[in-house]
Design a protein around this ligand. Structure first.
Ligand code: SIN
Length: 306
């Protein structure tokens, strides 16, 4: 079975890899990903300076996923530039993820990663857990950031985006096309979610009055809808990572039908650990074989209609 795929021209050995944000902050964690069946090493979204993140409890497992308000705990981008050279020996594509608060931050970090050993640069505009607005919902600021980073080097860069309702899809697709974005990661956790414990009468996480990003099964249909909508608008010109509630080969297959070029696993990686990548890939291969397909490429985007 040929499960190879490409994101912005970078070849991945399989369809399944880790998502930024889970067990990918330290070199030890990144090496565990490197040694797993994840087809690339995606690093934690980093900021200009190291951050401790939001007060705890800031992550809560739920029956059908999780809610989190981590607040970007990370070691600062300079560490991840160094990590990229230390991870190179594993011969797997390395993906940096950067999260700034203004265009200058993004320019500084993207510039540094353009000169590093990473293969792709994910520009995270969708962290829902910081004070102020989610950048990707402000199209003027998104345009300003894209203008600041688009001429910094040859490594492809992409955007990690939040879910959008349909009224914004065309506008976002136009921004992506105008600024030479090579890939998009859809979707980040769904911000401003609130889980309340009726016994304690309190939210289950502490930061920001209990508001956080919802992850896991709860968000899979919304992720699939966004992948499909942008796949139809961008017509294979921009690669798509699907993220959101992928815990089995069946989930991965659904994202493949919707048009994702590869999928990233977050909540299930947190729950199961690094063995999840090989398991999901094996389950995906079993489904493809049972249906008589010999490659993921034969299926990509081929959602059938009723
Ligand atoms: C976080 O660290 O708050 C999560 C990162 C993200 O949502 O992009």
């Amino acid at each position: 079975m040929d499960t190879r795929t490409k994101i912005a021209g970078v070849e991945l050995d399989s369809y399944v890899l880790n998502a930024s944000g889970v067990r990918d902050t330290t070199l030890e964690e990144l090496e565990a990903i490197a040694k797993s069946d994840s087809s690339a090493i995606v690093m934690k979204s980093c900021t200009i300076e190291p951050r401790k993140g939001n007060p705890e409890p800031r992550y809560m497992r739920l029956q059908l996923g999780s809610i989190q308000s981590m607040g970007l705990p990370n070691l600062g981008y300079k560490e991840y530039v160094i990590f990229s050279s230390q991870l190179k020996k594993y011969n797997k594509p390395i993906i940096a993820s950067v999260a700034g608060s203004c265009a200058d931050d993004y320019r500084e970090m993207v510039s540094a990663f353009q000169d590093s050993d990473v293969d792709l640069i994910e520009v995270n505009l969708s962290c829902p857990n910081l004070e102020g607005k989610t950048l990707a919902y402000d199209f003027e600021q998104t345009g300003e950031i894209l203008r600041a980073i688009s001429d910094l080097g040859d490594k492809p860069y992409g955007l990690k985006l939040p879910p959008y309702p349909d009224v914004y899809h065309i506008q976002v697709a136009e921004l992506i096309e105008k600024h030479g974005v090579s890939f998009i990661t859809l979707i980040n956790s769904i911000g401003s979610s609130l889980i309340i414990d009726s016994e304690t009468e309190k939210p289950v996480i502490k930061p920001r009055g209990g508001f956080g990003g919802l992850c896991g099964d709860y968000i899979k249909p919304i992720a699939l809808g966004n992948v499909r909508a942008f796949y139809e608008l961008l017509k294979n010109e921009v690669s798509i990572f699907g993220v959101g509630g992928i815990k089995s080969g069946t989930d991965a297959f659904e994202f493949l039908l919707a048009g994702a070029d590869a999928i990233q696993v977050a909540t299930t990686f947190e729950k199961q650990g690094p063995s999840c990548f090989g398991r999901i890939n094996k389950e995906l291969i079993e489904i493809l074989e049972r249906k008589g397909y010999n490659s993921t490429q034969k299926v990509k985007g081929n959602l059938k209609y009723l």
